[in-house]
Design a protein around this ligand. Sequence first.
Ligand code: SAH
Length: 283
Amino acid sequence: MHYRRILNEYGLIPKRKLGQNFLFSKSCLAKIVDSADIKRTDVILEIGPGIGNLTELMVDSASALIGIEKDRSLFKVLKNRLKDKPNLILINEDFLNVDLNSYASKFGSLKIVANPPYYISSLIIDSLIRHRRSLAQVFLSFQKEYIDKIFAVPGSKDYGIISVITQAYFEVKKLFKIPKNFFYPSPKFDSYFIVLLAKKLPGIDNDALFLSLVREFFKSRRKTVKRIIKNSKIISVPDPAEALYNLNIGLNSRPENITVSEYIEIANYYCRSIGERDASGTI
Ligand code: SAH
């Protein structure tokens, strides 16, 4: 098979600690490219191109493709295999250290299309949130257990930080399943391919405050929100019961029952109350 030949030729053994599971199913790769609907004008950014299975199918149809690969040996493989692609920009770097905004200001807004390393799924989401204004659309695969977190609704066991922050900033949609045996080596779980579209107006007054508030609430999953607000290190509300009453949130609600828009309202309520009490708004 193609991928085995490449790995053998370069004497490579997939590195587990870099999340190396190569997607080799031709029909699935084609489905990814098809759903990402690549246009001549697209500037694509691929997280972890690996041996370039997906890269080679996309590069010719896009205006440019930026591939960020952390592994030095795979970077060399890519350089060598795809050397005759003038619109391919390969970068040997950790995606998490890449400032996507600087690429976007140079090339225009980016379309991410990738089957990325799964061990950094949460950090990828953080990066997407931080760089959302530079992203046109994001087509990504994640493992099933992580997908369940992204799509979880209030009250379910998977509902948590990932669900709230991803849904607050992005419209998310599941596209299709990628069975685990489509990868080499095969991971433990199936994956899903999804699309994320940054919301134009998430309605969040202060991003840093919102993000830390969500994290603080879910640290105390079992406590009531009234208590969490009372002991909060992030927000100080003189009368938590009154605040919750004003926000129309039940006093005995717990973090897992608060909806995404309620999280936003709690954070904004605090920002605005500070604004009223302290015009300098020291937050
Ligand atoms: N997209 C390829 C490879 C998937 S495996 C395919 O579908 O076949 C994940 C890839 O991400 C590997 O090539 C791995 O070396 C790379 N990688 C791991 N951590 C990374 C990081 N922090 N930044 C960029 N690439 C990374």
